[in-house]
Design a protein around this ligand. Sequence first.
Ligand SMILES: Nc1ncnc2c1ncn2[C@@H]1O[C@H](COP(=O)(O)OP(=O)(O)O)[C@@H](O)[C@H]1O
Ligand SMILES: [Mg+2]
Length: 365
Amino acid sequence: MMNSMFRMHQPLLLSPQEGVFAHRTFKTSIIEKTADRLLVSVPYYNGKVVLLPRNTPVKVEIPLKQVFFSEISKKTAFGEYQCLELALPYQLLKKDKLKTPRIITVTSGKGGAGKSTLLINLAIALSQQGLRVCIVDCDLGTSNIDVLLNLHARYTIQDVIEGKKNIFDILLEGPCKTVIAPGSSGFPPLTSISEAQAQKVINSLGKLEPYTDIILLDTGPGVSNNVMFFNQLVDEIITVTTPEPHSITDTYAALKVLVDLKNVPFLWLVINKTEGQEEADSVAARIMSAAERFLSLNIKYLGHVMEDIHVSKSVRRLTPCLLRFPNSEASQCYKDIAENFSMTKQQVTPAKPHFRRLKRILPIS
Ligand SMILES: Nc1ncnc2c1ncn2[C@@H]1O[C@H](COP(=O)(O)OP(=O)(O)O)[C@@H](O)[C@H]1O
Ligand SMILES: [Mg+2]
């Protein structure tokens, strides 16, 4: 299907969404398709080349076959042809209907525990193992994955939840082939997701499933309604805590709320900003034994991340630690966590995962 859709010389309509040519439509044709790019001939209008600057958002239509939104990534040449290069959207890339992705939230009792930095570095380490990883920023209102990765989001998960955009319209390419569904900050956050909005989130995750091996959801701290909504959608939760006493008590308080979920997802624990393995192991042992004794909750220790100045340095430089300082102590920890995580693949019921999630939160029998 892919090849027949992207035949050489296949006519194609290009409609810039911004700039002087906004919403005019130009005829062009396909010159070449690579794994993730499409080269198209430069369009002409009244005998003159239409100059479309880099980063111009465009609607691309392959008549009767496909419509998608993309961006001019650059002007280039292919043999004698002058071309424009367009990034192919994610839905046209690698698809595998048979696999079910692992869907995970990263949560913490307290803000600043290190959820977003762990999630980003874990995503990159997993992607480096060859897995197809998607990050969905569900920290509604105070999201920052796009900022931490220096990406410029036009549309966000809030547009999807409000029904204005399709999940595929908002996806951005992150580092190391990760795919990012950015969140929105600065907008008034949704106080509590309605049933119709919940349905949209679940449908969106369902749409991403064939294209991903791992979907990581970032959430806000604590146990607000929204955070708990995302927590009950997933199969696994990674809880991040620091060794500080108030962080530990807040983690315990969050676990107390999690235990009341209809189906408690598989729980992982990560100790972040630790002085060393010994401290991390003893904090983890305390939390796990309290959870087991008082809440009958089984938590598995996934690993620790050293307190390391390279993490905050890389945050300031808007590049993930694993890429900026691959040999730092923290980066080694992120890699170990990713290794542990992918070694312990959870047994997920293969039948209709999308429906399973729906059943978890909606009152259907
Ligand atoms: N292992 C670490 N060592 C040192 N600083 C860290 C570490 N992990 C996180 N940080 C710092 O803590 C800050 C908050 O982390 P972040 O991931 O944004 O937390 P959260 O998403 O839980 O609110 C980051 O800006 C980073 O500078
Ligand atoms: Mg965060």
